[in-house]
Design a protein around this ligand. Structure first.
Ligand code: SF4
Length: 373
């Protein structure tokens, strides 16, 4: 299984973000750590027969936590669940809040993978979306990460931010290549109810045009491939053997346990999600009840849709024999016409029992997946 822990605090909310995160407060953080430890105690028996192979502390911004938080949390995790020998243990950090002391703490807590929220190295772009960091912060953070000998480093980059261009995105990527083992390049999502959405609606900002996003994405992919990175999922590139094991668990349909505010879990074909309200989460935990807000048992159709959607995002693609065995259906027969059309349009390949989207057509993946669902 995979273990995810959500840290819902940020120094300042970025204009494009609709993740569950709250402004900082040391009191809040202390209460949250106590609650997480209690939540672990509430769930550990249920997962006592499971072995976890990845841990991911995400947010929010885990690097804004006070010193000692991560160490205490990881001690609790390791003493409560069973883990594989070579567990992949990731923490998400923001360049502006990363310090040497924190990296020392992460190392001693067992963390072996750092995921750095870079997004862009263009200060004008960062400023226009209210991102609380500068290019210099990223350079300082990378220096510290290297000094402390973290060998597995991801950088997140966003394609399509206002005021950015293909050139500025490629400059960011080229700069990051020698410092990283993994790069996630996501397309900008303009979520309603965010300041970015409002600014765009009011004409104060304009995102990168769709066709420029598509061509930037293809150039990013080409640049990273030339540098030895493998595009093992639509938005994810890694050096050989540095694929993110945690994300692969989500994509291959493994079970995962999410702890903390708004964390999602998937276990025994049931998907459930914790409360996204801070007080509600704390109240429930303090009353010794699980803070679960929603719960659904996946129907067979939902499981099929998810299997198709997640596997086709990956380079390996959809394994037809595995699909047929898992869902007792003949994939090729039941989607005969769609497959014929997609092949005619030269959008997919079928080789060795695997159906994949052609790498040059990856930007059409949503439409292709819909056709196959
Ligand atoms: S740092 Fe990340 S989680 Fe926090 S507001 Fe910005 S995008 Fe959202």
């Amino acid at each position: 299984m995979a273990l995810y822990i959500h840290i819902p605090f940020c120094n300042k909310k970025c204009d494009y973000c609709d993740f569950v995160s709250y402004p900082l407060g040391t009191g809040c953080m202390k209460n949250y750590l106590t609650a997480l430890i209690k939540e672990i105690d509430l769930v550990k028996q249920t997962y006592s027969n499971q072995t976890f192979s990845t841990i991911f502390i995400g947010g929010g911004t885990p690097s804004v936590l006070f010193g000692g938080f991560i160490k205490q949390l990881s001690q609790k995790i390791f003493s409560s669940f069973k883990f594989c020998k070579n567990v992949e243990f990731t923490i998400e950090v923001n360049p502006s809040s990363l310090t040497e002391e924190k990296l020392i703490e992460y190392k001693s807590a067992g963390i072996n993978r750092i995921s750095l929220g870079v997004q862009s190295l263009d200060d004008k772009v960062l400023k226009s979306v209210g991102r609380n960091q500068t290019k210099q912060d990223v350079l300082n953070a990378l220096k510290l990460i290297e000094k402390h000998n973290f060998k597995n480093v991801n950088a997140d980059v966003i394609i399509g931010l206002p005021n950015s261009s293909k050139k500025s995105v490629l400059n960011t990527i080229k700069f990051l290549i020698p410092h990283t083992t993994h790069i996630s390049a996501y397309g900008l999502q303009i979520e309603e109810n965010t300041p970015l959405y409002k600014n765009i609606k009011q004409g104060k900002l304009s995102p990168m045009p769709e066709d420029e996003i598509a061509s930037t994405f293809l150039s990013v992919s080409k640049t990273l491939k030339n540098a030895g990175f493998n595009q093992y999922e639509i938005s994810n590139f890694s050096r050989p053997k540095f694929e993110c094991k945690h994300n692969q668990k989500y994509w291959n349909g493994s079970y995962y346990l999410g702890l903390g505010i708004a964390a999602h879990s998937y276990f025994n074909n049931k998907r459930f999600c914790n409360s996204s309200n801070f007080n509600n989460y704390l109240e429930k935990i303090n009353a010794n009840t699980l803070p679960i807000e929603t719960e659904e048992v996946l129907t067979k159709q939902q499981q099929i849709e998810e299997f198709i959607m997640l596997s086709l995002r990956t380079q390996k693609g959809l394994n037809i024999a595995q699909f047929n065995k898992k869902f007792k259906q003949n994939f090729l027969q039941s989607r005969k016409n769609s497959i014929k059309n997609l092949k005619k349009l030269n959008l997919i390949d079928i080789k060795n029992n695997n159906l994949t989207i052609k790498p040059s057509k990856i930007y059409l993946s949503n439409a292709i997946i819909l056709e196959l669902i």
